[in-house]
Design a protein. Structure first.
Length: 402
């Protein structure tokens, strides 16, 4: 069976832009979307920062469709529709059962949850809105993505906190490798800029007060953002047969768990995931040219990720380009590694390493080449994307230039 899985289309939206092209342009330039959150429903949190989508693009969905969606599902559908157009993918009765969708989500429909809590507890409403339950379920985004174009192949949601999108991509690759589908739409979506979620992250005392500075000595923590990104994945044979433009190949994936702590990161789990990814992709450490780091901007995460990279890549760690694009699109939780997929694919295609923006001071404990502030032209053949989640669930995906 053909194990090769390729990407033929991408779509996305986040604070950086409302399509994958504008997102990449901002990443490449190191132009940050982080700033004050303008959402008027955040009440006393108006002074907080995040990476917010200021206005949604025209999406062609009618009110009946949008009224059944929480914001995280709507973002996923918009991104998926762009990816399908980009891939020039036609869906009909002849292939509908061979095309599926997997969407990673770190939390769930918190916009609907919070709206109902406010209505019931503060405003005296006697019942919740009728579609609350289907809106808030974590699998709603995958279901809505499947219904919009009529996908009847394998469809389910994936939830593993901040690694959700990479887990969804890895699971979609498995469906194609196992012969259960010819085409999968895969990625992640998240809309966490609501009062309850932000208060929860504030309680962890890891939110940055100014901006996200991954790997910089003066980093102060995470900044949250919203967004979604989706890709059309196909078996190589299917893509070649229909004459699709191949953007990149997904060479492999590696998954692991820390089995250590619900919030504190560990070195061993990320090391195992990166090694498993290289093995699945049949790559040597020296083959990797660029690594898009998890790079959240917290003290512990960045130090531990640096140590894990050094353990896996040894002397080659100093030759690779590394960067964290969370410095510009912020941490979009379950959608982050889907947005970072765009960074990896476009870096391979254009030969440009997107920078780690906002970097100011070297940290002796984070002493790799983190591409500070300025993009770098470099011939790239292989890129890795790291996603290490709260709870110790890790997913790494390898992309190869075609």
């Amino acid at each position: 069976m053909d194990r090769r899985v390729v990407i033929t289309g991408m779509g996305g939206l986040c604070g950086l832009g409302t399509n994958h092209t504008s997102i990449w342009e901002a990443m490449r330039e190191g132009r940050s979307a982080i700033g004050p959150i303008a959402n008027s429903d955040l009440h006393e949190l108006k002074g907080m920062i995040g990476a917010e989508i200021k206005a949604l693009p025209e999406h062609g969905l009618n009110s009946k469709q949008t009224n059944s969606m929480d914001r995280f599902s709507l973002l996923a559908v918009i991104a998926a529709r762009e990816a399908a157009r980009h891939a020039e993918l036609s869906i009909d009765e002849g292939n509908t059962y061979r095309i599926g969708a997997m969407v990673g989500v770190g939390v769930c429909g918190w916009e609907a949850i919070e709206g109902n809590y406010r209505a019931l507890l503060l405003d005296g409403a006697r019942r919740a809105a009728i579609l609350t339950a289907p809106k808030v379920m974590p699998s709603a985004a995958a279901a809505q993505v499947s219904m919009s174009p009529g996908l009847r192949g394998p469809v389910f949601g994936v939830t593993s906190a901040c690694a959700s999108a990479n887990h969804a991509i890895a699971s979609a690759v498995d469906q194609i490798r196992l012969g259960r589908a010819d085409v999968m739409l895969a990625g992640g979506s998240e809309a966490p800029l609501v009062w309850g979620v932000l208060k929860s992250w504030e309680a962890l005392r890891i939110l940055a007060p100014d901006t996200c500075r991954p790997f910089s000595a003066d980093r102060k923590g995470v900044v949250l953002g919203e967004g979604a990104a989706m890709a059309v994945l196909e078996s190589y044979q299917h893509a070649a047969r229909r004459g699709a433009t191949i953007l990149a190949e997904i060479a492999g994936a590696g998954l692991s768990a820390d089995a250590f702590d619900i919030v504190a990161p560990a070195v061993e789990g990320p090391v195992a995931a990166m090694r498993a990814c290289l093995s699945d992709a049949e790559l040597n450490a020296e083959d990797v040219d660029y690594l898009n780091a998890h790079g959240t901007g917290t003290r512990a995460n960045d130090q531990i990720e640096t140590a894990a990279i050094k353990r896996v890549f040894r002397h080659h760690a100093n030759s690779m380009s590394v960067s964290s694009t969370k410095s510009v699109h912020a941490h979009c939780l379950g959608a982050s590694s889907a947005l970072e997929m765009i960074a990896c694919v476009m870096a391979l295609r254009e030969g440009v390493v997107p920078p780690t923006a906002n970097y100011r001071e070297p940290d002796p404990a984070c002493d790799l080449d983190f591409t500070p502030n300025v993009p770098r032209e470099r011939k790239l053949h292989v890129a890795l994307s790291n996603a290490f989640a709260m709870g110790g669930t890790n997913a790494v995906v390898a992309f190869k230039r075609v």
